[in-house]
Design a protein around this ligand. Structure first.
Ligand code: GDP
Length: 588
């Protein structure tokens, strides 16, 4: 009977080797044989571990431990003691197809101009802000727009009560619109459709309503429950109406929370800031957060030193649905980490340590996932990788960049992230890139002059980007270059050999009649005798009579010079088929 080993979602290479009672070096070698470079402390996921065990031919079956706590979709919480609860502002995300006006709409709502100051007009990472409408607060998550941010968008949807799906009136429902609708549904959020750009000629609202019903979203007007609000982010028409509708939907939902509890919520962004250390953007989901509280987020903790609104206003407390900026963390918490405030430092430290141990033992984030590995095994070690070190300004961008790069993998080529981190490019990155022959992608960060010099000296390439899809495009180009080109053969002509004039070790001159097609250079000659294959040679020269020519047509006699690798014996009446071999660049 197969031995069973219980592991959680992930396991470090070291622990797996221990459980399998095999030397860790052997396991690492086995992983390497399958194109996976993993160190002893690297985590591999459940399926990867099982695949490797099977590859090793071991009779061991992995069994999954109870899954670790995950971010669960919002479900309407039922409060037993309504007295203890208070209404809370709705948390709203704006999603939709690129260029349909998400950023412009968020700007119009906020009354600020952010889009123009951002590289390429694309919001690079998630933040949040609150606006007041009719003396009530609404919290907006500033969700990124480009499809490369799918990972963040998915997390974004988990946080939200209401998702505003933006559809440009002149463009209609697009793939990303449908994707956003799916995300919103999966997260259990309410959907409001904002038909944007109604100021533009060619706007056709009815067509969009029809497309929405094709996507199973039946609008109120047609007897369904989806609120549709026509807006123009440009002229600001309909913005007030949209905000009214958001408040109406949240009233119907009766969104509540308990203020009188320790705060819990989610980290939505983190980065290191000069002079301030780790800075985290978080959304309080329940309870009240106070300056000076002890807070645990993932495997790190803080005594909250500064508590601020996203626009930098100092606050002393934050109630549910409030976006906050926190300083005081020992290390950077990660995007998507859940947080809670606790009574004292001792508790904070021990909870953070527990989480850290749990992640070490393998239930944390996956370093390599099984789909990558399956692909790698399938192509039996033929995988070619483009190795990179990624540095980014904030954790959200880092996750998006590395997820998007990993998603480029095919059966033959893949981006391998040999190192990554938040913050400026440093000496270690150069060293790592140098030893692994990797390119450094610096996303939205500065590269200090001394580091640039070091990179120059070590011939390490640093590529800097501010727009994620430009970075992805660059990686795509690199991967395309790694693809072995296709060789396409075209048949040019056929010839019957009538005479052999000269034969040396590596050259033959012969003559004959072109029986089919047109022969021109360059060409390869494939020689056959009856059914027997004699060999191949390159055609180096063509002659009609004594004259060198570029081409010979069907029915014409010619003389040809052939160059061979090894001695070929050519006989009268042999057949020659002429081919042209061309390499065709492949696309990813
Ligand atoms: P995003 O990619 O969804 O964030 O879209 P943006 O907010 O960057 O908008 C894309 C383009 O549409 C920009 O050129 C905007 O100026 C334009 N745009 C956005 N909203 C409107 C609108 O209501 N009317 C018109 N005419 N143009 C708009």
């Amino acid at each position: 009977m197969a031995q069973t080993i219980e592991i959680s979602d992930h396991i470090t290479v070291g622990t797996l080797a221990e459980q399998l009672t095999m030397p860790v070096s052997r396991l690492i070698t086995e992983l390497m044989k399958n194109g996976v470079m993993a160190t002893v402390n690297e985590r591999i996921d459940f399926d990867t571990a099982q695949i490797i065990i099977d590859e090793l031919g071991m009779d061991v079956e992995l069994v999954k431990q109870e899954a670790a706590q995950k971010i669960i979709p919002k479900t309407k919480k039922v409060y037993e003691d309504l007295e203890k609860t208070t209404s809370r502002p709705p948390v709203v995300a704006v999603m939709g197809h690129v260029d349909h006006g998400k950023t412009s709409l968020l700007d119009a709502i906020r009354g600020a101009k952010v889009a123009e100051s951002e590289a390429g007009g694309i919001t690079q990472h998630i933040t949040a802000y609150q606006v007041e409408h009719n003396n009530r607060a609404i919290t907006f998550l500033d969700t990124p727009g480009h499809e490369a941010f799918a990972a963040i968008r998915e997390h974004g949807a988990h946080l939200t009560d209401i998702v505003v799906i933006v559809i440009a009136a002149d463009d209609g429902v697009k793939p990303q619109t449908s994707e956003a609708i799916r995300f919103a549904r999966k997260a259990g959020s309410k959907i409001i459709v904002a038909i944007n750009k109604i100021d533009k000629a060619g706007a056709d609202q009815n067509k969009i309503k029809q497309q929405l019903s094709d996507d199973n979203l039946l609008i109120e007007e047609w007897g369904g429950d989806i609120v549709v609000v026509p807006v123009s982010a440009k002229t600001k028409d309909g913005i007030d109406n949209l905000l009214d509708m958001i408040l109406l939907v949240s009233d119907v939902e009766d969104l509540r929370a308990e203020n009188d509890l320790p705060a819990t919520g989610l980290i939505i962004e983190s980065h290191t800031q000069k002079g301030r250390g780790p800075v985290a953007h978080a959304l309080v989901e329940n309870g009240t957060m106070k300056r000076g509280d002890y807070i645990v987020a993932g495997s790190t903790y803080a005594k909250i030193r500064n508590l601020e609104t996203p626009d930098g206003k100092v606050i002393l407390t934050a109630t549910p649905s409030t976006p906050v900026v926190i300083t005081g963390f020992k290390t950077l918490p990660e995007f998507g980490d859940e947080f809670e405030t606790v009574e004292n430092e001792r508790l904070a430290r021990s909870k953070a340590q527990d989480k850290s141990d749990e992640r070490q033992s393998g239930s944390g984030r996956s370093a390599l996932d099984s789909t990558d590995l399956i692909k790698m095994i399938n192509r039996s070690n033929k995988l070619t990788t483009f190795d990179v070190v990624i540095k980014a300004d904030v954790q959200g961008s880092l996750t998006s960049v590395s997820d998007s790069l990993k998603a480029l993998a095919t059966d033959e080529v893949a981006v391998r992230v040999v190192g990554s981190g938040v913050g400026v490019v440093n000496e270690n990155d150069i060293h790592l890139a140098h030893t692994t022959d990797a390119v450094i992608y610096a996303f939205n960060i500065e590269v200090p002059a001394n580091i640039r010099r070091l990179a120059n000296r070590d011939k390490v390439v640093i590529r800097e980007y501010k727009v994620i899809y430009e970075l992805i495009d660059n990686a795509k180009e690199e991967l395309t270059r790694l693809l072995t080109p296709d060789i396409v053969e075209t048949e040019l002509a056929k010839m019957k050999v009538k005479g052999i004039f000269n034969t040396t070790k590596t050259a033959i001159i012969c003559g004959g009649e072109i029986t089919k097609g047109k022969l021109s250079l360059p060409a390869t000659a494939r020689i056959t005798r009856g059914k027997e294959k004699v060999g191949e040679a390159e055609v180096t020269n063509l002659k009609k009579g004594a004259q060198d020519v570029n081409e010979v047509n069907e029915g014409e006699m010619c003389g040809i010079s052939l160059k061979t690798d090894k001695k070929l014996e050519l006989l009268e009446n042999d057949s020659i088929e002429f081919l042209r071999r061309e390499t065709v660049e492949r696309k990813l």
